[in-house]
Design a protein around this ligand. Structure first.
Ligand code: ADP
Ligand code: MG
Length: 672
């Protein structure tokens, strides 16, 4: 059902929604709220208490309208005022600098307002910048538990909320993909009721029931997909590679592989000869040399007459891999192709032709690799780097581009083993448990901002010695309070560090612009790179020996560890400086842990201990797939139930009709 079937959605708004990935009503209803505001309790003027956000219903008795309020040395503020009256008293409402609001109000009409109540200058209560709803109409934003969305561009919270509410009138038209017997067995409500209550909960209890049902559904289909893949690859028989001698490619490396790398390579070679399709997860700390393992594996596929593809989560990383792979493979007469979003039409066409004809044996790219229209001649090995950035389905789509290709997924993120087995049930696990020799351990310091001038002298010293530095800020633009932003910091640093070439990088730049800056930094044409965490995954510039992280308290331990991994990649000693003025003992302990150890696995464990499991599993940086609604820590019980249900369904379940089985299969096909 296309989104334009909803009243009030003309071509323009339909286009906005399509661009935001919401082409259908079903997509709209699957945009669950990011949070809720309980506005079910209506106050009276008498019962308001200053200091809290409250909701009140009453008639507007006076509308003084817009009043300019002069301010010394600044533009005057426009105050929009209104007075609300209920049976118990009157309350002044004010808005700042929103003069257009005035025309929305009519004296004598009844409204519902939600806002912060404060004591005004005149000693009377005042509600500031409240949200408003006309009482009587379906008041979506008050008198109930109100959903809060992340509205797509072009939509306000209020209009998007109204749109979802309209969408819900169609919810009965959508079937429930979970079989009735299964729902009954696990005490799950119907999908329509769940979707209604996840958006506009009738009560706390209904909300919890709705959430449980939707979490179960998400996890059930994920588990089923994993069983399905496992079953499929078991049935199919893997491509057998006769020649698994990696010596010729290893000879091209500028180093000798570590024992840890050799061990993992041997496991890969054994898989490739086994007659089964390889499904292997490679965990290895930052800098442990996963890329070299990927290269040797790719070489084997190519040598045996197949193509190999590696997918990276960002374009910067994809290009870096492209450079590395082509430099290694060109002398061996192997052509490498790059496929990424920002290629020119001509380059893209050329790349597609070479991939389709099989001239390109090694293919490097972003998720552009899995898009429709990309056809491979003979894909025998699929590698995903920094696996946690991709969903199960992206990995699977890439696999489907070949006939049961071998797959390797690589991650720097240590995941507790039990959890890994549940989540990556289809994968075998290899661990690269040692770093290449000769690495001088990175020295880490935790300091407060009084040390910044000294840190800047340190930067000058490193640059004078021909080396480079990163500075990481949490925000792009001028943030709140004392949060450092890339743009402001860059302006300041250009003044504080005259004579140095300072570049800046952040996620809002166009891919080509980002690439140009990365290229300049790689070529040492920039001495200092000031960046957000866009550089966090995989970036490799061995000449960078110093990383300064501002507002270090803003980052999780694993993320700090990833960031620190950007240095210490060459033979020179490297340093990491964490700057933070946060004094909370937890924060101090976290930063101290960074100072004390460079072992990513140990840090992940501490992270778990210090921040609590909820936070650990709640964030995306931990190697866990992204879910719409499930939270693996909170929902561990549901995960186990869903896993059992999926296992039973996958084998045979006679209580489920064929029609229902078809529904599940169809849905699964979408997940896959
Ligand atoms: P990661 O595991 O974080 O992806 P990379 O694969 O980027 O790490 O490797 C980091 C650096 O270590 C690269 O410069 C790579 O050439 C180098 N390297 C990899 N293996 C070895 C080794 N056995 N001996 C020395 N250097 C190595
Ligand atoms: Mg890497």
């Amino acid at each position: 059902m296309h989104i334009s079937t909803l009243p009030g959605i003309g071509p323009k708004r339909a286009q906005l929604l399509e661009q935001a990935g919401i082409p259908t009503v079903a997509d709209l209803l699957n945009r669950f709220p990011r949070d809720y505001d309980d506005r079910s309790e209506l106050r009276t003027v008498e019962s308001l208490t200053p200091g809290a956000v409250q909701t009140i219903r009453g008639v507007l008795s006076q509308l003084p309208g817009n009043v300019p309020m002069p301010r010394r040395g600044a533009k005057p503020l426009t105050l929009t005022k209104a007075v609300l009256k209920d049976g118990t008293g009157t309350l002044e409402l004010v808005w700042f600098n929103q003069p257009y609001l005035q025309k929305n109000f009519k004296a004598g009409r009844e409204y519902i307002f939600t806002g912060a109540v404060r004591l005004g200058y005149n000693g009377r209560l005042q509600m500031q910048s409240p949200d408003y709803e006309i009482a009587g109409e379906t008041a979506l934003g008050a008198g109930r538990i109100v959903p809060l969305y992340t509205p797509p561009p072009g939509f306000s919270q209020k209009t998007f909320r109204a749109l979802v509410h309209q969408g819900l009138s169609k919810v009965a038209d959508f079937p429930d993909d979970l079989p009735a017997a299964l729902r009954e067995r696990h005490g799950l409500c119907h999908r329509a009721a769940a979707v209604r209550n996840i958006h506009f909960p009738e009560s706390d209890a209904m909300f919890l029931e709705a959430r449980r049902r939707l979490v179960f559904e998400e996890l059930f289909f994920m588990q089923l997909a994993l069983f399905e893949i496992k079953g499929r690859s078991a049935g199919q028989g893997g491509i057998v590679f006769g020649d698994v001698d990696t010596a010729p490619v290893i000879k091209q490396f500028s180093f000798t592989p570590t024992q840890a790398q050799e061990k993992v390579l041997a496991e890969i070679a054994a898989d490739m000869q086994s007659g089964y399709t390889m499904n292997r997860l490679i965990q290895g700390d930052v800098g442990s040399g996963k890329t070299a393992v990927a290269m040797a594996a790719a070489y084997l596929a190519i040598k045996n007459g197949y193509q190999a593809a590696i997918m990276a989560p960002t374009e910067v990383l994809a290009r870096q891999h492209f450079n590395g792979f082509s430099r290694l493979f060109a002398p061996l007469g192997i052509e490498t192709a790059l496929l990424a979003g920002s290629l020119s039409a001509a380059s893209r066409k050329n790349a597609l032709a070479h991939i389709g004809s099989g001239e390109a044996r090694m293919i490097v790219g972003t998720h552009a690799l899995v898009q429709p229209g990309v056809e491979y001649a003979r894909l025998g090995l699929v590698i995903t780097d920094e696996q946690h950035r991709f969903g199960v389905n992206q990995r699977l789509t890439l696999m489907e581009k070949g006939a049961a290709p071998h797959t390797l997924v690589m991650t720097a993120t240590p995941i507790p083993r039990t959890l890994a087995l549940i989540l990556y049930g289809d994968l075998d696990i290899s661990v690269i448990d040692a770093l290449p020799p000769g690495r001088v351990p990175i020295k880490t310091y935790a300091v407060d901002s009084r040390y910044r001038p000294r840190v800047h002298s340190f930067i000058r010293k490193e640059v004078a010695a021909g080396r480079q530095a990163y500075i990481i800020c949490p925000a792009i633009e001028e943030g709140e309070g004392d949060t450092h932003s890339v743009l402001q910091y860059t302006a300041d640093a250009r003044r504080a560090l005259p004579g140095l070439a300072i570049a800046c990088l952040h996620g809002r730049m166009k891919p080509a612009e980002k690439q140009a800056i990365m290229d300049a930094f790689c070529a040492n044409r920039a001495n200092v790179l000031i960046s957000t965490t866009v550089i966090e995954v995989g970036i490799h510039v061995p000449n960078a020996t110093l990383i300064v992280i501002e507002n270090a308290e803003r980052f999780g331990l694993s993320q700090l560890h990833q960031l620190r991994g950007r240095v210490g990649r060459g033979n020179e000693p490297s340093h990491c400086v964490l700057i933070s003025d946060a004094k909370a003992p937890v924060t101090q302990a976290r930063l101290q842990a960074m100072v004390d150890t460079t072992d990513g696995f140990a840090l992940a464990e501490q992270d778990l201990e210090q921040r609590g499991a909820g936070d650990f599993f709640g964030t995306r940086q931990h190697g866990l797939p992204a879910f719409t609604i499930a939270n693996l820590y909170r929902d561990m019980d549901i995960l186990k139930e869903a896993q059992d249900a999926a296992r039973i369904f996958h084998t045979t379940d006679s209580s489920i009709s064929n029609r229902e089985k078809m529904a599940v299969k169809n849905r699964l096909a979408q997940v896959l």
